[in-house]
Each structure stands twice: as structure tokens, then as C-alpha cells.
Design a protein around this ligand. Structure first.
Ligand code: FDA
Length: 395
């Protein structure tokens, strides 16, 4: 028995992917309803990119994503990539600019991106119901969705409830639980793009350096990121740390090169002959902030020594601390602050052409709920736009 209003498409989640899917489906003439438990749509869009929304990246490829099924995202990213999103941004006359690493941001406010999506939904007559607590969902196309804003029936269901990061602004494991109920796999989840925490003695050193940011290269095996590294009261943060955190697994050491542009050993030996009377920390402070230089020199046991009196073998040990310091994180700062979620609905159970479950072609999963996690730099929103667009074409 069908109850409530009947729609062609119900989207759960009024975030980046859900609003895109809704707008595209409505543009195809489908009757669409969007349900969200928050009282405001797109809250993550509004706080993203420091309020300016890094909405995509100039260059997007599979190399910028992590997934247990690495090729899954190809089709969606090709069909609706950064160029297509920029066309939409241009139609809405949203000014933007490019920053380092091809990252594209709004000039004025992230609200422009949300307003654009809401305007597209408005044009298509999408019914957006906020403050809607979702109850039982029955059927498998049509779906009956009990919720606190009045039950709805829809022939297709697009699940766009995102990942687990930032529960305080509405993140939930809704998509993963629903996927499991319908027999889909869920790749284990973990916080991604997240600061790393440390224990003593490294923590003491990092705490003393809190607030210092330096360009650095962080690596784990062959994966390396060269961006800013920030010391904090809890450990390490900054873009380089967030990037490497998505690849880090408990127990692994991360390698930190504080002097990625020089051969640290050769440079120290050269400085030893050029400034033999200078203290080691004074020399290292030629390239690093003084407090950081002092800390690393102390770590190598060379504090208060003139560099001319230090044996080359000891300089080599210092070079290792400067170019391949390998502290082991004790954990991450968790979903409370993570910008993304690793894992999610297993894409091996989804069609890469439609985003629908392979065995249930009216049930779609899009955005961060799915096991596709982007690097920092606009890649996560691009996945939300691409997957939302593709689902909107088929739902
Ligand atoms: P999103 O989380 O946007 O939306 C999910 C929606 O579902 C929400 O509206 C939520 O309320 C709703 N929902 C959840 N559970 C529900 C339930 N049980 N019932 C009903 N509704 C429910 N990425 C990027 O590319 N560039 C950037 O600049 C940033 N910046 C950034 C900053 C910060 C602080 C964070 C936390 C994250 C970013 N990101 C980012 C990541 C980016 O925000 C994220 O990948 C996308 O918002 C994911 O889009 P989705 O639509 O999948 O989920």
C-alpha cells in the first residue's frame, strides 16, 4: 500500500551530492523530494574551504582518490568533471579564483555555491523538506519513507547522507546502515583528512612548537605530499598532515622531510666548513624557524655545540632528523574534526554508470557515503558533484 505523497525520486541528504542529484533529476522532468534531518541545507558547503568552498580542482584524476575499487570513479568524473561544474558556476555568475595546487575557491562566500544548487533545485520544482527525521523505509522501488515531515513514496531513492565526519553538524552512519540492510557491502570507515596525534616524547616537542608552520614533505612509502606542516598542542596538522592521514594506518611511522629542497647531509657538511664557529642550531635556523631548529638539533643531541666540532657521522644523524624524522602517530583527532571519511558503501556493489545498487536499480548511493575519498583540494566536492549528477541522470 502506498502512503503519503508520491514522487519519482526521493533524495535523503540535502548536502552537495544530494542537491546536485535532485537538481539534475528535476531538470529531466522528474518529481523530486529532498529530505534532511538538519534545519538548514548544505551545512558542510557553508563551512568548507574556510567559508570560501574549495569547490573543485583544476586537475582531477583517479590518482587523487582512495577507494577499495580504484577505477570506480572514472566514469562519473569523466561525464561530469571540473569543466562541467565550472560551466554551471559560470551560468550563475559566481566569481572564483585559483590557489596553489589547482584549488578553485569562491571569491566571496561558499554560500554562493549552496545558493546555486538551491536555485537549480527551485527551477526544477524540487520539494525540500528540512528537519525531517527519517523513520522506517520499506519497499525496494517504490520506497515508502516514513519521516517526521510526512511520509513520502518514491520510485527511486538516492541516499546522499554523507560520511561520518563532523557529527555535530548532522553527519550520521545512515547510508552505511541502509546499504547493509539492502545487502550491500560497506568498506570499514575511518577518519580522513584529519590531524594526527602523538604521545610523549614527540608530543612535548610538538606542543612546544605549536603554531609554527613550515613547508615540508610528508611520506608513507611511495605516497608523498609537499605542503605546509603545522605543529599543534595535540600533534601535527596542516595540509601535508591532513593529506598523509588518509593513507596512515595505526602503528605506521610517517616520514617528515623538513628540508625538502636541499640534500640535508651535504648542506650541513658545507655549512660546517663555511661557518665552523657557529652553533649547530644557528646554522639550521638559516633554513628553519629558530624554535624548530633548536628542537631538532636537541633531538639529535647536538644542542649548544659549534658545528665545526661536530663529527660528520653526527651531522648525518642530524640530517636524518631533518630530512627523515619518523615519529609514529598514536591516532587521529577523529571524526570530530576530520574533513572526510575513508570507506563507506562498497562500490563493487554499485554500478559506476548510474550509482545504483547492482541488484536494486532504483536505490542509489552518492557522495561521501560511498567508498570514494578525495585528497584535500576540492576533490571531495568534485566527487559529490560527479556522483550526484550521474545518479540524477538515472534516478
Ligand atoms: P554532506 O555531508 O555534504 O551532506 C549530507 C547531508 O545528509 C547533510 O545535509 C546531513 O544533514 C544529511 N544527513 C546525514 N544523516 C542524515 C539522516 N540520518 N537523516 C537525514 N539527513 C541526514 N571538500 C572539498 O572538496 N573542498 C573543501 O573546501 C572542503 N572543505 C571542508 C571543510 C570541512 C570543515 C569539512 C568537514 C569538510 C570539507 N570538505 C571539503 C569535504 C566535503 O564537505 C564533503 O566531502 C562533502 O560535503 C560531501 O558531500 P555529501 O553530499 O556526500 O555529504
Amino acid at each position: 500500500m502506498m502512503v503519503g505523497m508520491v514522487y519519482d525520486v526521493a533524495v535523503i541528504g540535502a548536502g552537495a551530492a544530494g542537491l546536485m542529484a535532485a537538481a539534475v533529476a528535476a531538470g529531466r522532468g522528474r518529481r523530486v523530494v529532498v529530505l534532511d534531518h538538519n534545519d538548514q541545507p548544505g551545512r558542510k558547503i557553508l563551512i568548507s574551504g574556510g567559508g570560501r568552498c574549495n569547490f573543485t580542482n583544476r586537475s582531477v584524476s583517479l590518482a587523487n582518490y582512495l577507494s577499495a575499487n580504484p577505477h570506480y570513479a572514472t566514469s562519473a568524473l569523466k561525464r561530469f568533471g571540473p569543466g562541467e561544474f565550472l560551466d554551471l558556476v559560470a551560468r550563475h555568475r559566481i566569481p572564483w579564483h585559483e590557489r596553489d595546487h589547482g584549488q578553485l575557491f569562491c571569491d566571496d562566500s561558499a554560500a554562493r555555491i549552496l545558493d546555486m544548487l538551491l536555485a537549480e533545485c527551485g527551477t526544477g520544482g524540487v520539494d525540500i523538506r528540512l528537519g525531517a527525521r527519517i523513520g522506517t523505509i520499506s519497499g525496494d522501488g517504490p520506497f515508502e519513507i516514513a519521516n517526521s515531515r510526512g511520509s513520502v513514496t518514491a520510485h527511486s531513492l538516492v541516499v546522499a547522507t554523507g560520511g561520518l565526519s563532523l557529527p555535530k553538524i548532522g553527519a550520521s552512519g545512515f547510508a552505511h546502515a541502509l546499504a547493509k540492510r539492502h545487502g550491500l557491502g560497506v568498506v570499514p570507515t575511518a577518519p580522513a583528512l584529519v590531524p594526527l596525534s602523538f604521545a610523549e616524547p614527540e608530543l612535548g616537542l610538538m606542543r612546544d612548537l605549536a603554531g609554527i608552520a613550515v613547508p615540508a614533505e610528508l611520506s608513507l612509502g611511495k605516497t608523498r605530499f609537499r605542503e605546509a606542516l603545522l605543529f599543534t598542542h595535540r600533534g601535527l596538522s596542516g595540509p601535508a598532515t591532513l593529506q598523509i592521514s588518509s593513507y596512515w594506518r595505526p602503528g605506521q611511522a610517517i616520514s617528515i622531510n623538513l628540508l625538502p629542497d636541499v640534500d640535508a647531509r651535504a648542506w650541513l657538511v658545507e655549512r660546517k666548513s663555511a661557518r665552523p664557529k657557529a652553533q649547530v642550531e644557528t646554522v639550521v635556523a638559516e633554513l628553519l624557524p629558530a624554535r624548530l631548529a633548536r628542537a631538532m638539533v636537541s633531538l639529535a643531541g647536538l644542542a649548544d655545540k659549534a658545528i665545526g666540532q661536530v663529527r660528520n657521522a653526527e651531522l648525518e644523524r642530524l640530517a636524518l632528523h631533518l630530512a627523515a624524522w619518523s615519529p609514529i602517530p598514536t591516532g587521529t583527532e577523529g571524526y570530530r574534526v576530520a574533513e572526510a571519511t575513508l570507506g563507506g558503501v562498497d562500490t563493487r556493489d554499485l554500478s559506476s554508470k548510474t550509482m545504483a545498487a547492482k541488484h536494486l536499480d532504483r536505490l542509489f548511493f552518492v557522495g561521501e557515503a560511498v567508498d570514494v575519498t578525495g585528497w584535500l583540494g576540492g576533490y571531495n566536492f568534485q566527487w559529490a558533484w560527479s556522483s550526484g549528477w550521474v545518479a540524477g541522470q538515472s534516478a
